[in-house]
Design a protein around this ligand. Structure first.
Ligand code: NOJ
Length: 562
């Protein structure tokens, strides 16, 4: 039976962090030719698309999220023809390609920012960024009290061309990431052009960085609350830099650009050709996030409430239900995610005591995650996630069960957060370690020289791809099985009905687009649970599962036998 669901509504998308996936030229940093050569692995894994974190020209002050030229590839990653080759190869393998768009800020080395520095206060060039005079008699104080997400203040004072201390510019992230002024029409038309540039090269969509941050509240009022909206004690509060209503008209105009490549109202419209956008928007409550996925805006928005939900059945149940209800109300799918390049990997996160706030990195002096428990829960968590209707994102290496590197020496850390907080926040390097392909090759097969921009921990050796392929009990084979069943049973496009079980057991049944029913049952209690009568196990996150019991911290997919 053919699946009538547009591809992006139930897609499983694999995030490649280009620095760390595969290194073709052996310089220790991953690159596009390296990725292209390894793409068949993803076709075999059974994902629908890849999302590549930024590969554009960049001084790499924030690992490429500081873009100096949006229309070219950084030499460290390759060239535009390497990008063309990657897109072509992916398409040949049936994989769609999503690229990262970074519209909130550019690099300070972008030609526009350099022109703004040279042009002086009041110029058109300055108006493309957020420059303000300082406070106080001599303008020596920042224009408001905002802090940077990476620590420290959100404003930096420049020297004017004549050498005197001058205006301040806003950077919600690093000092090398000046925020653009989205009230400026040139900024708007430039990004529509950038979208077209990549759409014309054949990409299938965009993951949009900091989608909740482009428009700031009028007058830039002070804000002393937390910088992460998901940390607000009162989720109805809205900080002046996030989730302002004005962002939505920007996304409507982008959606029109994307739809122009495959007009929905034209004869011959084919949803398989849809170009899509996914919002990275740390926004609460779910109803506010759902505004980003209204029919004329984004197709998807990462569900970070789900990523943050503690390992407790009632929290997971409530988060899933609230997200589905909010998204259903606007006709959008929910987009589930457990790990990415910004958070502690879920194989380690879930090994921390339940209720621990998600740390920004884990170091050798911190409480160490229980690796075995984390690995067990991670397998169960992925078994839950891939049973949910909607889209899902997999972060490179999670299919191998890779844990966080929790013992990186400080001198190798590169996340700007580490320096900007004087080490108080370790930052995100521990989840960005180069991939492990072959146990006995240099750099575990990341390249053939053994060089790596971050050191790989020795415990990665036994988790390498070649140690897991064909091993039924491995994490990789579990993911493959889940992805195959998910596709064959039409789970991603299905509808969910809750099953009423023990409060510490999470269970629902999905009626898939094929008409088949699949029950997911996850045991988050301390005692084993018996598989309900009339069911048999299709997939078990526990390699030692016996087909009759679901052990603690295990999830199973069941089908009816009668
Ligand atoms: C979110 C990205 O995922 C993160 O890696 C980056 O540092 C910030 N946005 C700033 O661009």
């Amino acid at each position: 039976m053919t699946n009538p669901t547009p591809w992006w509504r139930d897609a499983v998308i694999y995030q490649i962090y280009p620095r760390s996936w595969a290194d073709g030229n052996g310089d220790g940093v991953g690159d596009l030719p390296g990725i292209t050569a390894r793409l068949p692995y993803l076709a075999e894994l059974g994902v629908d698309a890849v999302w590549l974190s930024p590969f554009y020209v960049s001084p790499q002050a924030d690992a490429g999220y500081d873009v100096a030229d949006y229309r070219d590839i950084d030499p460290v990653f390759g060239s535009l023809s390497d990008a063309d080759a990657l897109i072509a190869r992916a398409h040949q393998l049936g994989l769609r390609v999503i690229v990262d768009l970074v519209p909130n800020h550019t690099s300070d080395e972008h030609a526009w920012f350099q022109a703004a520095l040279a042009a002086g206060p009041g110029s058109l060039e300055r108006d493309r960024y957020i420059f303000r005079d300082g406070d106080g008699a001599d303008g020596a104080l920042p224009p408001n009290d905002w802090s940077s997400v990476f620590g420290g203040g959100a404003w930096t004072r420049i020297r004017e061309a004549d050498g005197r201390p001058g205006q301040w510019y806003l950077h919600l992230f690093d000092v090398k990431q000046p925020d653009l002024n989205w009230e400026n029409p040139q900024v708007r038309s430039e990004f529509e052009d950038i979208l077209r540039f990549w759409l014309d090269r054949g990409v299938d969509g965009f993951r949009v960085d900091v989608a909740h941050g482009l428009v700031k509240a009028k007058g830039l009022p002070d804000w002393s609350g937390p910088m992460n909206m998901l940390d607000l004690p009162d989720p109805t509060q809205r900080p002046p830099m996030w989730d302002q209503d004005g962002v939505h008209e920007i996304y409507r105009s982008w959606r029109a650009v994307l739809d122009g490549y495959n007009p929905r109202d034209a004869e011959g419209y084919d949803s398989a050709r849809d170009r899509v956008m996914c919002a990275e928007a740390w926004v609460d409550p779910p109803e506010r996030l759902a505004r980003y996925v209204r029919p004329d805006e984004f197709h998807q928005a990462f569900n970070f409430d789900y990523l943050n939900a503690p390992w407790q059945a009632d929290s997971l149940r409530a988060t899933i239900a609230a997200s589905l209800a909010a998204d259903d109300a606007v006709g959008a799918p929910t987009t589930w995610v457990l790990s990415n390049h910004d958070v502690v990997r879920h194989a380690s996160r879930l090994g921390l005591p339940v209720g621990t706030a998600r740390p920004n990195g884990i170091g050798a002096d911190d409480t160490q995650p229980d690796q075995e428990l984390g690995a067990r829960r991670a397998r169960a968590a992925s078994t839950i996630m891939l049973a949910l209707p909607g889209g899902a994102y997999i972060y490179q290496g999670e299919e191998l069960g890779l844990p966080e590197h929790t013992a990186l020496p400080d001198e190798v850390r590169q996340d700007p957060t580490f320096a900007r907080t004087a080490g108080a926040e370790l930052g995100r390097d521990g989840c960005r370690i180069p991939m492990t392909w072959e146990k006995d090759s240099p750099a575990y097969g990341f390249n053939d020289t053994g060089r790596t921009w971050l050191p790989q921990p020795t415990e990665f050796a036994d988790l390498a791809v070649d140690q897991q392929v064909g091993v039924a009990a491995s994490s990789l084979e579990l993911y493959r099985r889940l992805l195959t069943e998910r596709r064959d049973r039409g789970i991603g496009g299905g509808s969910l009905t809750w099953a009423d079980v023990d409060p510490d057991v999470l269970s629902f049944t999905i009626r898939g687009t094929t008409g088949e029913q699949t029950t997911m049952l996850a045991n988050l209690s301390a005692a084993s649970v018996t598989i309900p009568p009339g069911h048999e196990v299709l997939v078990d996150s526990d390699p030692d599962g016996d087909g009759t019991q679901v052990a603690p911290d295990t999830a199973v997919w069941l089908r009816r036998t009668s």
